[in-house]
Write a protein that binds this ligand. Structure first.
Ligand code: MG
Length: 244
């Protein structure tokens, strides 16, 4: 037998796919299923079923997280991912040793430089429409480079409605807008989960079967690049299909 790893590859989103914040859970949270620490205290947990599934996935597949989380927020995740990782909406590819893929970082740095002014304009636009501090917002920065802009509501998710259109106007057609629940984000075209998966896939694929798993419409492009796609019931994708 050669030492080649023939296990299938699983590219998987994290939040609302493998785990979620306590308020979204229909069963009591258990500290033994703590999945990710949040700096604001709103930690994320797996359900009993998610925990069982995740354990099985880690044993049987090469699990590669593909997440909007920054590398810092990904490091607060408690699931023991051993291999490659994709963070910051595709802005970063991390090796199993935790180093950044240099070719990908060089590519992203060019896109980041082009997007910088518009990312700052998005920040300014929220500043001037946030007198009651209903929203929190930030530019996700990796290795000193601005990657994407993200806004969340501090209360009702519907508070994002009023800001979405003005921000779309500022972003123009240079950004991919993502809205799901309490997440509103703008990522420069060229930086995406799909592009990062395609780049990483070049070096990993070989003969391996590839599965893609995620809950959001913006996960679909990277999932569709795989052999099979998997979605959680009740997710944004499930709802869009019209099944729920
Ligand atoms: Mg998700």
């Amino acid at each position: 037998m050669s030492g080649v790893d023939i296990r299938p590859i699983l590219y998987t989103d994290l939040d609302d796919t493998l785990f979620q914040t306590a308020r979204k859970m229909s069963e009591p949270v258990s500290e033994t299923r703590l999945a990710a620490i949040a700096t604001n205290g709103h930690h994320s947990y797996m359900t009993e079923t998610q925990e069982r599934m995740t354990r099985w996935l880690l044993e049987t597949m090469r699990v590669i997280p593909v997440t909007a989380r920054s590398t810092e927020a990904l490091a607060r995740c408690r699931i023991p991912f051993q291999g490659w990782k994709i963070a910051a909406n595709g802005g970063v590819i991390l090796s199993p040793e935790g180093t950044r893929d240099p070719n990908w970082s060089a590519h992203v740095s060019t896109l980041s430089a082009k997007a910088r002014v518009r990312l700052e304009a998005l920040e300014t636009a929220v500043h001037s429409n946030n007198r009651e501090r209903r929203l929190r917002h930030w530019i996700v920065v990796e290795d000193g480079l601005p990657i994407y802009f993200c806004v969340k509501s501090n209360g009702d998710e519907a508070w994002l409605d009023a800001i979405e259109e003005p921000l779309r106007n500022v972003a123009g057609d240079a950004f991919q807008c993502h809205r799901n629940g309490n997440n509103l984000s703008f990522t420069p075209h060229g930086i995406s989960k799909l592009q990062a998966v395609l780049h990483l896939d070049e070096r990993l694929r070989g003969e391996a079967l590839r599965f893609g798993m995620g809950d959001s419409l913006t996960d679909l492009p990277f999932m569709a690049a795989c052999t099979m796609m998997m979605i959680p019931p009740g997710s944004q994708i499930d709802t869009a299909i019209g099944r729920t």
